[in-house]
Design a binder for this molecule. Structure first.
Ligand code: BEZ
Length: 201
């Protein structure tokens, strides 16, 4: 399977973490690409019309995207047990994943606003609006972190990845000061091998 990737992307990282947790990381052939929302290599566009990563080309030639679909594919096909099939556990895990993914969406938009958009067109109100989404999500994660325990599922993995991306691109936010319980959980959970092996460069 070929995975279009960039080591900085938290969504790619989620796929790589899930592949490690499922024991199939060695089946991923990583194809690193540079991209922005306004420039995507033709090779990627040929496989995914949206030109986004992660995109996973299966051995039968079909290309799967986005990260949620790819993670569900890996978990289902390789029996990772990271996405509970039914009941409260399922909805808790998927809701947590949605919170973490939305957090990453907002943080990535902040990154693009500063890195891709020409300086004279940048809008501080946009950046503040996106950062406020991250801050509100952090408040919710802090209040729910006592329920995480040692649960390892698509929700808790996604949260750990989102927090590390925030450290990577928005260290000045110092989120640990406002979320001490979440920070304590993260400190222990982030020692997992799959997370250690995929840290952003
Ligand atoms: C980043 O550099 O932060 C980044 C790169 C690719 C996708 C998302 C984020």
């Amino acid at each position: 399977m070929k995975l279009y990737h960039n080591p900085a992307s938290p969504f790619v990282r989620k796929v790589r973490v899930v592949a490690l947790e499922c024991g199939v990381a060695d089946q991923l052939q990583l194809e690193e690409i540079a991209l922005t929302p306004v420039s995507t290599p033709d090779t990627l566009q040929a496989d995914n019309p949206l030109g986004k990563i992660p995109s996973l080309v299966l051995d039968n030639g079909q290309c799967l995207y986005d990260s949620r679909v790819i993670c569900e594919y890996l978990d289902t096909e390789f029996k990772g047990g990271l996405i509970p099939a039914t009941g409260d556990a399922r909805w808790q895990a998927l809701r947590l994943q949605a919170t973490a993914d939305g957090f990453c969406d907002a943080a990535v938009l902040v990154r693009y606003e500063g890195f891709v958009r020409p300086e004279d067109k940048q809008w501080s109100g946009w950046i503040d609006g996106q950062l406020n989404k991250c801050r509100r999500a952090l408040d919710v994660l802090e209040s729910e972190s006592s329920t995480f325990g040692d649960r390892c599922d698509i929700g808790t993995l996604s949260v750990a990845i989102a927090l590390e991306y925030f450290d990577f691109r928005n260290a000045d936010e110092q989120w640990r000061k406002k979320a001490p319980s979440l920070a304590a959980w993260y400190e222990a959970f982030s020692q997992r091998k799959s997370l250690q092996q995929t840290k952003p460069a």
